[in-house]
Design a protein around this ligand. Structure first.
Ligand code: SF4
Ligand code: SF4
Length: 451
Protein backbone atom coordinates (compact mmCIF):
# COMPACT_ATOMS: atom_id res chain seq x y z
CA UNK A 1 0.00 0.00 0.00
CA UNK A 2 1.46 3.39 -0.89
CA UNK A 3 0.09 6.65 0.27
CA UNK A 4 1.39 9.95 1.45
CA UNK A 5 2.39 10.34 5.09
CA UNK A 6 -0.41 12.09 6.90
CA UNK A 7 -3.10 14.32 5.54
CA UNK A 8 -2.97 17.97 4.63
CA UNK A 9 -6.63 18.43 5.45
CA UNK A 10 -8.21 18.92 8.87
CA UNK A 11 -9.12 15.59 10.50
CA UNK A 12 -12.75 14.61 10.35
CA UNK A 13 -14.54 11.79 12.11
CA UNK A 14 -17.10 9.59 10.44
CA UNK A 15 -20.36 8.87 12.26
CA UNK A 16 -20.41 5.52 14.01
CA UNK A 17 -22.40 3.19 11.77
CA UNK A 18 -23.72 1.17 14.71
CA UNK A 19 -27.30 0.78 13.49
CA UNK A 20 -26.13 -1.00 10.35
CA UNK A 21 -26.36 -4.80 10.89
CA UNK A 22 -22.93 -5.08 9.24
CA UNK A 23 -21.46 -3.22 12.23
CA UNK A 24 -22.06 -6.39 14.25
CA UNK A 25 -20.65 -8.76 11.58
CA UNK A 26 -17.77 -10.36 13.46
CA UNK A 27 -15.89 -11.56 10.43
CA UNK A 28 -16.08 -8.14 8.73
CA UNK A 29 -14.87 -6.54 11.95
CA UNK A 30 -11.92 -8.93 12.10
CA UNK A 31 -11.02 -8.08 8.49
CA UNK A 32 -11.00 -4.41 9.45
CA UNK A 33 -8.96 -5.13 12.58
CA UNK A 34 -6.42 -6.94 10.42
CA UNK A 35 -6.25 -4.02 7.96
CA UNK A 36 -5.76 -1.38 10.67
CA UNK A 37 -3.40 -3.53 12.77
CA UNK A 38 -1.23 -3.87 9.66
CA UNK A 39 -1.07 -0.08 9.26
CA UNK A 40 -0.24 0.34 12.95
CA UNK A 41 2.47 -2.34 12.68
CA UNK A 42 4.16 -0.28 9.98
CA UNK A 43 3.79 2.92 11.96
CA UNK A 44 4.19 2.17 15.67
CA UNK A 45 3.85 5.84 16.67
CA UNK A 46 1.41 5.05 19.48
CA UNK A 47 3.57 2.50 21.27
CA UNK A 48 3.92 4.62 24.43
CA UNK A 49 0.28 5.76 24.76
CA UNK A 50 -1.36 2.79 26.43
CA UNK A 51 -1.08 -0.99 26.60
CA UNK A 52 -3.15 -1.71 23.47
CA UNK A 53 -0.33 -0.99 21.06
CA UNK A 54 2.47 -2.86 22.93
CA UNK A 55 0.07 -5.83 23.18
CA UNK A 56 -0.50 -5.70 19.42
CA UNK A 57 3.16 -5.35 18.56
CA UNK A 58 4.14 -8.19 20.92
CA UNK A 59 1.56 -10.45 19.25
CA UNK A 60 2.97 -9.58 15.83
CA UNK A 61 6.62 -9.91 16.86
CA UNK A 62 5.98 -13.27 18.51
CA UNK A 63 3.88 -14.58 15.58
CA UNK A 64 5.05 -17.09 12.99
CA UNK A 65 5.52 -14.52 10.19
CA UNK A 66 6.26 -11.44 12.32
CA UNK A 67 3.47 -9.77 10.35
CA UNK A 68 -0.21 -9.34 11.22
CA UNK A 69 -1.12 -12.48 9.26
CA UNK A 70 0.89 -14.48 11.79
CA UNK A 71 -1.42 -13.41 14.64
CA UNK A 72 -4.27 -15.71 15.56
CA UNK A 73 -7.52 -13.78 15.05
CA UNK A 74 -8.70 -15.19 18.34
CA UNK A 75 -6.03 -13.04 19.98
CA UNK A 76 -7.31 -9.75 18.54
CA UNK A 77 -9.48 -9.23 21.61
CA UNK A 78 -6.32 -9.12 23.75
CA UNK A 79 -5.60 -5.79 22.04
CA UNK A 80 -9.20 -4.59 22.20
CA UNK A 81 -9.41 -5.30 25.93
CA UNK A 82 -6.46 -2.99 26.60
CA UNK A 83 -8.18 0.00 24.97
CA UNK A 84 -10.22 2.24 27.27
CA UNK A 85 -11.32 4.60 24.50
CA UNK A 86 -9.40 7.66 25.66
CA UNK A 87 -9.27 8.79 22.00
CA UNK A 88 -5.75 10.19 22.36
CA UNK A 89 -4.31 8.06 19.53
CA UNK A 90 -6.98 9.38 17.16
CA UNK A 91 -6.94 13.01 18.23
CA UNK A 92 -3.27 13.64 18.86
CA UNK A 93 -1.08 11.05 17.13
CA UNK A 94 -2.49 9.37 14.09
CA UNK A 95 -1.67 10.85 10.65
CA UNK A 96 -3.95 8.36 8.90
CA UNK A 97 -7.31 9.50 10.27
CA UNK A 98 -9.99 10.60 7.77
CA UNK A 99 -9.88 12.29 5.32
CA UNK A 100 -6.65 10.32 4.75
CA UNK A 101 -7.51 7.44 2.42
CA UNK A 102 -6.37 4.83 4.97
CA UNK A 103 -9.27 5.93 7.16
CA UNK A 104 -7.85 4.76 10.49
CA UNK A 105 -10.10 5.32 13.50
CA UNK A 106 -8.46 3.04 16.01
CA UNK A 107 -10.70 3.87 19.02
CA UNK A 108 -13.94 3.44 17.10
CA UNK A 109 -12.72 0.15 15.66
CA UNK A 110 -11.99 -0.98 19.23
CA UNK A 111 -15.50 0.17 20.15
CA UNK A 112 -16.98 -1.91 17.34
CA UNK A 113 -15.10 -5.01 18.52
CA UNK A 114 -16.22 -4.33 22.11
CA UNK A 115 -19.84 -3.93 20.96
CA UNK A 116 -19.75 -7.27 19.15
CA UNK A 117 -18.17 -8.99 22.16
CA UNK A 118 -20.72 -7.39 24.52
CA UNK A 119 -23.65 -8.62 22.43
CA UNK A 120 -22.18 -12.11 22.36
CA UNK A 121 -21.76 -12.00 26.15
CA UNK A 122 -18.30 -11.51 27.65
CA UNK A 123 -17.28 -13.58 30.70
CA UNK A 124 -17.07 -10.42 32.83
CA UNK A 125 -20.39 -9.02 31.61
CA UNK A 126 -22.10 -9.08 35.02
CA UNK A 127 -19.24 -7.27 36.79
CA UNK A 128 -18.78 -4.79 33.94
CA UNK A 129 -22.48 -3.97 33.69
CA UNK A 130 -22.77 -3.53 37.46
CA UNK A 131 -19.70 -1.26 37.64
CA UNK A 132 -20.87 0.89 34.73
CA UNK A 133 -24.37 1.44 36.16
CA UNK A 134 -23.15 4.54 37.94
CA UNK A 135 -26.59 6.08 38.34
CA UNK A 136 -28.18 2.97 39.86
CA UNK A 137 -25.15 2.35 42.10
CA UNK A 138 -25.28 5.95 43.30
CA UNK A 139 -29.00 5.84 44.04
CA UNK A 140 -28.69 2.59 46.02
CA UNK A 141 -25.45 3.38 47.81
CA UNK A 142 -26.54 6.81 49.04
CA UNK A 143 -29.65 5.55 50.86
CA UNK A 144 -29.25 6.60 54.54
CA UNK A 145 -27.56 3.93 56.71
CA UNK A 146 -26.60 1.95 53.58
CA UNK A 147 -24.20 4.74 52.63
CA UNK A 148 -22.16 4.34 55.84
CA UNK A 149 -22.05 0.57 55.38
CA UNK A 150 -20.92 0.90 51.75
CA UNK A 151 -18.18 3.35 52.69
CA UNK A 152 -17.00 1.10 55.52
CA UNK A 153 -16.98 -1.92 53.20
CA UNK A 154 -14.79 -0.02 50.76
CA UNK A 155 -12.14 0.34 53.47
CA UNK A 156 -12.33 -3.20 54.85
CA UNK A 157 -9.40 -5.36 53.63
CA UNK A 158 -11.45 -8.53 54.21
CA UNK A 159 -14.34 -7.29 52.09
CA UNK A 160 -12.01 -5.86 49.44
CA UNK A 161 -10.32 -9.27 49.10
CA UNK A 162 -13.73 -10.87 48.74
CA UNK A 163 -14.71 -8.17 46.22
CA UNK A 164 -11.67 -8.98 44.15
CA UNK A 165 -12.40 -12.71 44.14
CA UNK A 166 -16.14 -12.48 43.61
CA UNK A 167 -16.59 -9.26 41.67
CA UNK A 168 -13.23 -8.74 39.97
CA UNK A 169 -12.60 -5.31 41.50
CA UNK A 170 -8.93 -4.98 42.40
CA UNK A 171 -8.46 -5.02 46.17
CA UNK A 172 -6.06 -2.04 46.12
CA UNK A 173 -7.72 0.19 43.55
CA UNK A 174 -8.96 3.53 44.78
CA UNK A 175 -12.74 3.58 45.00
CA UNK A 176 -14.83 6.67 45.73
CA UNK A 177 -16.84 7.24 48.88
CA UNK A 178 -20.56 7.78 48.47
CA UNK A 179 -21.92 11.04 49.85
CA UNK A 180 -24.59 10.99 52.58
CA UNK A 181 -25.93 14.29 51.16
CA UNK A 182 -25.95 14.10 47.38
CA UNK A 183 -25.47 17.21 45.26
CA UNK A 184 -28.68 17.68 43.32
CA UNK A 185 -31.23 17.83 46.16
CA UNK A 186 -28.91 19.98 48.26
CA UNK A 187 -27.75 22.49 45.65
CA UNK A 188 -28.23 26.15 46.57
CA UNK A 189 -30.84 27.86 44.38
CA UNK A 190 -29.49 30.54 42.08
CA UNK A 191 -29.80 34.22 42.93
CA UNK A 192 -31.87 36.23 40.44
CA UNK A 193 -28.90 37.65 38.55
CA UNK A 194 -29.79 39.32 35.26
CA UNK A 195 -28.62 37.35 32.21
CA UNK A 196 -25.60 38.93 30.51
CA UNK A 197 -24.95 36.99 27.30
CA UNK A 198 -21.45 37.24 25.89
CA UNK A 199 -20.24 36.85 22.33
CA UNK A 200 -18.62 33.54 23.14
CA UNK A 201 -20.99 31.98 25.69
CA UNK A 202 -24.53 32.43 26.97
CA UNK A 203 -25.02 34.28 30.26
CA UNK A 204 -27.02 31.54 32.03
CA UNK A 205 -25.87 28.05 32.93
CA UNK A 206 -27.70 24.74 33.27
CA UNK A 207 -25.56 22.33 35.29
CA UNK A 208 -25.51 18.66 34.26
CA UNK A 209 -24.28 17.43 37.63
CA UNK A 210 -22.93 14.02 36.47
CA UNK A 211 -23.24 10.83 38.53
CA UNK A 212 -19.83 11.27 40.12
CA UNK A 213 -20.42 14.79 41.40
CA UNK A 214 -23.97 14.02 42.45
CA UNK A 215 -23.31 10.81 44.35
CA UNK A 216 -19.62 10.84 45.20
CA UNK A 217 -18.14 14.35 45.40
CA UNK A 218 -20.93 16.90 45.73
CA UNK A 219 -18.44 19.51 46.95
CA UNK A 220 -17.21 19.92 43.36
CA UNK A 221 -20.75 20.80 42.28
CA UNK A 222 -21.28 23.21 45.17
CA UNK A 223 -17.98 24.93 44.33
CA UNK A 224 -19.04 25.29 40.69
CA UNK A 225 -22.27 26.98 41.82
CA UNK A 226 -20.36 29.33 44.13
CA UNK A 227 -18.06 30.36 41.28
CA UNK A 228 -21.03 30.98 38.98
CA UNK A 229 -22.82 33.00 41.66
CA UNK A 230 -19.69 35.05 42.36
CA UNK A 231 -19.68 35.90 38.67
CA UNK A 232 -23.37 36.90 38.81
CA UNK A 233 -24.26 34.10 36.38
CA UNK A 234 -27.78 32.74 36.95
CA UNK A 235 -27.83 28.97 36.99
CA UNK A 236 -30.14 26.03 37.37
CA UNK A 237 -29.73 22.28 37.48
CA UNK A 238 -30.86 20.16 34.58
CA UNK A 239 -34.30 19.06 35.73
CA UNK A 240 -33.83 15.33 35.20
CA UNK A 241 -30.59 13.61 34.43
CA UNK A 242 -29.32 10.07 34.19
CA UNK A 243 -25.81 8.81 33.43
CA UNK A 244 -24.34 10.36 30.26
CA UNK A 245 -23.66 6.84 28.95
CA UNK A 246 -19.85 6.96 28.81
CA UNK A 247 -19.33 3.97 31.15
CA UNK A 248 -21.68 1.91 28.95
CA UNK A 249 -19.95 3.10 25.79
CA UNK A 250 -16.61 1.96 27.20
CA UNK A 251 -18.07 -1.55 27.50
CA UNK A 252 -19.49 -1.50 23.99
CA UNK A 253 -23.02 -1.63 25.42
CA UNK A 254 -24.47 0.68 22.76
CA UNK A 255 -28.09 -0.26 23.41
CA UNK A 256 -27.78 1.04 26.98
CA UNK A 257 -26.12 4.20 25.64
CA UNK A 258 -29.15 4.72 23.41
CA UNK A 259 -31.54 4.19 26.33
CA UNK A 260 -29.73 6.76 28.47
CA UNK A 261 -29.54 9.18 25.57
CA UNK A 262 -33.32 8.94 25.12
CA UNK A 263 -33.77 10.02 28.75
CA UNK A 264 -31.26 12.87 28.79
CA UNK A 265 -31.45 14.51 25.40
CA UNK A 266 -35.02 15.90 25.24
CA UNK A 267 -34.59 17.98 28.40
CA UNK A 268 -31.09 19.08 27.47
CA UNK A 269 -32.15 20.03 23.95
CA UNK A 270 -34.99 22.16 25.36
CA UNK A 271 -32.46 23.99 27.56
CA UNK A 272 -30.12 24.48 24.59
CA UNK A 273 -32.97 25.97 22.56
CA UNK A 274 -33.79 28.32 25.45
CA UNK A 275 -30.24 29.65 25.28
CA UNK A 276 -28.68 27.98 28.31
CA UNK A 277 -25.04 26.98 28.31
CA UNK A 278 -24.94 23.40 29.63
CA UNK A 279 -21.94 22.77 31.85
CA UNK A 280 -20.81 19.28 32.90
CA UNK A 281 -18.00 19.20 35.50
CA UNK A 282 -16.58 15.79 34.49
CA UNK A 283 -14.67 15.75 31.16
CA UNK A 284 -15.86 12.28 30.09
CA UNK A 285 -19.50 13.30 30.47
CA UNK A 286 -19.00 16.54 28.52
CA UNK A 287 -17.15 14.56 25.83
CA UNK A 288 -20.05 12.12 25.59
CA UNK A 289 -22.41 14.96 24.66
CA UNK A 290 -19.87 16.83 22.55
CA UNK A 291 -18.54 13.92 20.54
CA UNK A 292 -19.71 10.36 21.09
CA UNK A 293 -23.49 10.89 21.03
CA UNK A 294 -23.24 13.24 18.01
CA UNK A 295 -21.27 10.52 16.18
CA UNK A 296 -23.74 7.79 17.19
CA UNK A 297 -26.80 9.91 16.34
CA UNK A 298 -25.52 12.09 13.53
CA UNK A 299 -29.01 12.77 12.12
CA UNK A 300 -30.61 13.67 15.44
CA UNK A 301 -31.09 17.45 15.54
CA UNK A 302 -31.61 17.47 19.33
CA UNK A 303 -28.29 15.72 19.91
CA UNK A 304 -26.54 18.27 17.69
CA UNK A 305 -28.16 21.16 19.61
CA UNK A 306 -26.97 19.73 22.90
CA UNK A 307 -23.50 19.29 21.44
CA UNK A 308 -23.35 22.98 20.53
CA UNK A 309 -24.55 24.11 23.99
CA UNK A 310 -22.27 21.82 26.05
CA UNK A 311 -19.27 23.37 27.84
CA UNK A 312 -16.48 22.17 30.04
CA UNK A 313 -16.58 24.47 33.14
CA UNK A 314 -13.25 26.17 32.39
CA UNK A 315 -14.04 26.42 28.69
CA UNK A 316 -17.13 28.36 29.77
CA UNK A 317 -15.31 30.53 32.31
CA UNK A 318 -12.49 31.43 29.90
CA UNK A 319 -15.10 32.37 27.29
CA UNK A 320 -16.65 34.69 29.92
CA UNK A 321 -13.21 36.13 30.60
CA UNK A 322 -12.65 36.82 26.91
CA UNK A 323 -16.04 38.51 26.78
CA UNK A 324 -14.93 40.75 29.67
CA UNK A 325 -17.53 39.16 31.94
CA UNK A 326 -15.43 37.18 34.44
CA UNK A 327 -14.69 38.54 37.91
CA UNK A 328 -10.95 38.79 38.53
CA UNK A 329 -11.12 39.95 42.16
CA UNK A 330 -8.93 37.09 43.35
CA UNK A 331 -8.21 37.25 47.07
CA UNK A 332 -5.91 34.31 47.67
CA UNK A 333 -2.60 33.27 46.14
CA UNK A 334 -2.46 29.52 45.59
CA UNK A 335 1.28 29.02 45.05
CA UNK A 336 2.43 25.86 43.27
CA UNK A 337 -0.22 23.82 41.45
CA UNK A 338 0.58 20.56 39.64
CA UNK A 339 -2.21 20.24 37.11
CA UNK A 340 -2.99 17.17 35.02
CA UNK A 341 -4.89 17.52 31.73
CA UNK A 342 -7.30 14.60 31.53
CA UNK A 343 -7.38 12.71 28.20
CA UNK A 344 -11.13 13.23 27.75
CA UNK A 345 -10.57 16.95 28.17
CA UNK A 346 -7.56 17.00 25.88
CA UNK A 347 -9.50 15.38 23.03
CA UNK A 348 -12.28 17.99 23.24
CA UNK A 349 -9.90 20.21 21.25
CA UNK A 350 -10.65 23.32 23.28
CA UNK A 351 -7.07 24.06 24.37
CA UNK A 352 -5.93 24.07 27.98
CA UNK A 353 -8.63 26.32 29.42
CA UNK A 354 -8.17 25.20 33.03
CA UNK A 355 -4.46 26.00 32.88
CA UNK A 356 -5.21 29.37 31.24
CA UNK A 357 -7.50 30.40 34.06
CA UNK A 358 -5.41 29.02 36.92
CA UNK A 359 -2.39 30.85 35.53
CA UNK A 360 -4.29 34.14 35.82
CA UNK A 361 -4.40 33.75 39.60
CA UNK A 362 -1.89 35.98 41.37
CA UNK A 363 1.00 34.26 43.15
CA UNK A 364 0.26 30.98 41.39
CA UNK A 365 2.46 28.87 39.13
CA UNK A 366 0.89 26.00 37.25
CA UNK A 367 2.95 22.96 36.30
CA UNK A 368 1.02 21.13 33.58
CA UNK A 369 1.25 17.39 32.91
CA UNK A 370 -0.40 16.27 29.69
CA UNK A 371 -0.25 12.49 29.65
CA UNK A 372 -2.64 9.65 30.38
CA UNK A 373 -2.99 8.85 34.09
CA UNK A 374 -4.10 5.31 33.23
CA UNK A 375 -7.27 5.43 35.30
CA UNK A 376 -9.73 5.39 32.41
CA UNK A 377 -13.13 5.27 34.09
CA UNK A 378 -14.00 1.86 35.44
CA UNK A 379 -11.18 0.17 33.48
CA UNK A 380 -8.44 0.96 36.01
CA UNK A 381 -10.23 -0.54 39.01
CA UNK A 382 -10.75 -3.94 37.40
CA UNK A 383 -8.65 -6.77 38.78
CA UNK A 384 -7.07 -7.64 35.44
CA UNK A 385 -6.17 -4.05 34.49
CA UNK A 386 -5.34 -2.19 37.71
CA UNK A 387 -1.61 -2.98 37.71
CA UNK A 388 -1.39 -1.86 34.06
CA UNK A 389 -3.30 1.32 34.96
CA UNK A 390 -0.66 2.08 37.59
CA UNK A 391 2.13 1.32 35.12
CA UNK A 392 0.66 3.62 32.46
CA UNK A 393 0.31 6.38 35.04
CA UNK A 394 3.82 6.08 36.49
CA UNK A 395 5.35 8.95 34.44
CA UNK A 396 2.38 11.14 35.47
CA UNK A 397 2.80 10.27 39.16
CA UNK A 398 6.45 11.31 38.94
CA UNK A 399 5.89 14.48 36.90
CA UNK A 400 3.06 15.69 39.13
CA UNK A 401 5.52 15.64 42.05
CA UNK A 402 8.16 17.54 40.08
CA UNK A 403 6.79 21.06 40.07
CA UNK A 404 9.76 23.18 38.91
CA UNK A 405 9.33 25.62 41.84
CA UNK A 406 9.34 22.92 44.53
CA UNK A 407 6.89 20.51 46.06
CA UNK A 408 3.37 21.23 44.76
CA UNK A 409 0.98 22.82 47.25
CA UNK A 410 -1.98 21.57 45.22
CA UNK A 411 -2.51 18.57 42.95
CA UNK A 412 -5.39 18.81 40.49
CA UNK A 413 -6.97 17.20 37.45
CA UNK A 414 -10.26 18.10 35.76
CA UNK A 415 -11.09 14.39 35.95
CA UNK A 416 -11.58 13.80 39.64
CA UNK A 417 -11.41 10.00 39.27
CA UNK A 418 -8.11 10.35 37.44
CA UNK A 419 -6.97 12.74 40.19
CA UNK A 420 -7.55 10.12 42.88
CA UNK A 421 -5.74 7.51 40.79
CA UNK A 422 -2.82 9.96 40.47
CA UNK A 423 -2.87 10.55 44.22
CA UNK A 424 -2.78 6.79 44.79
CA UNK A 425 0.17 6.45 42.40
CA UNK A 426 2.01 9.36 44.03
CA UNK A 427 1.50 7.79 47.43
CA UNK A 428 2.84 4.45 46.20
CA UNK A 429 5.89 6.36 44.94
CA UNK A 430 6.43 7.81 48.43
CA UNK A 431 4.83 11.21 47.78
CA UNK A 432 1.49 11.20 49.57
CA UNK A 433 -0.88 13.96 48.45
CA UNK A 434 -3.51 13.94 51.21
CA UNK A 435 -5.45 17.19 51.51
CA UNK A 436 -3.49 18.79 48.68
CA UNK A 437 -5.75 17.07 46.14
CA UNK A 438 -8.32 19.59 44.92
CA UNK A 439 -10.52 19.87 41.86
CA UNK A 440 -9.58 22.93 39.75
CA UNK A 441 -13.01 24.49 40.31
CA UNK A 442 -12.39 24.18 44.06
CA UNK A 443 -9.05 25.92 43.62
CA UNK A 444 -10.81 28.72 41.77
CA UNK A 445 -13.42 29.01 44.53
CA UNK A 446 -10.57 29.26 47.05
CA UNK A 447 -8.77 31.89 44.96
CA UNK A 448 -11.93 34.02 45.01
CA UNK A 449 -11.86 33.76 48.80
CA UNK A 450 -15.27 32.07 48.86
CA UNK A 451 -16.10 29.80 51.80
S1 SF4 B 1 -8.11 5.17 22.41
FE1 SF4 B 1 -6.61 5.46 24.07
S2 SF4 B 1 -6.54 3.47 25.11
FE2 SF4 B 1 -7.50 3.13 23.10
S3 SF4 B 1 -5.82 2.53 21.74
FE3 SF4 B 1 -6.08 4.78 21.55
S4 SF4 B 1 -4.60 5.65 23.04
FE4 SF4 B 1 -4.90 3.48 23.57
S1 SF4 C 1 -3.30 4.54 15.41
FE1 SF4 C 1 -2.34 5.69 13.71
S2 SF4 C 1 -0.53 6.69 14.65
FE2 SF4 C 1 -1.20 5.08 16.07
S3 SF4 C 1 0.08 3.28 15.52
FE3 SF4 C 1 -1.89 3.12 14.39
S4 SF4 C 1 -1.48 4.10 12.40
FE4 SF4 C 1 0.16 4.75 13.79
Amino acid sequence: MTAREGSLEAPTRHPLDWKNPKFYDESACQDELERVFDICHGCRRCVSLCNAFPTLFDLIDEGSTMEVDGVDRGDYMKVVDQCYLCDVCYMTKCPYVPPHEWNVDFPHLMLRAKAIAFRKGTPTRFRDSALSSTDRNGRLATIPIIVQAVNRAKNSPVLRNAGEKLAGIHRSAWLPDFAPRTFRPNAEASAAHPVRDGERAPGKVAVFATCYVNYNEPGVGHDLLKVLDHNAIPYRLVEKEVCCGMPKLELGDLDSVARLKAKNIPGLAALAREGWAIVAPIPSCALMFKQELPLMFADDADVQEVRAAMFDPFEYLVARYKDGLLATDFKRELGRISYHVACHLRVQNIGQKTRELLQMLPGTTVHTVERCSGHAGTWGVKKEFHETALKIGRPVFRQMHEHPRGEPQWVASDCQLGAHHIAQGMELAGNPVGERLRHPITLLRMAYGLA
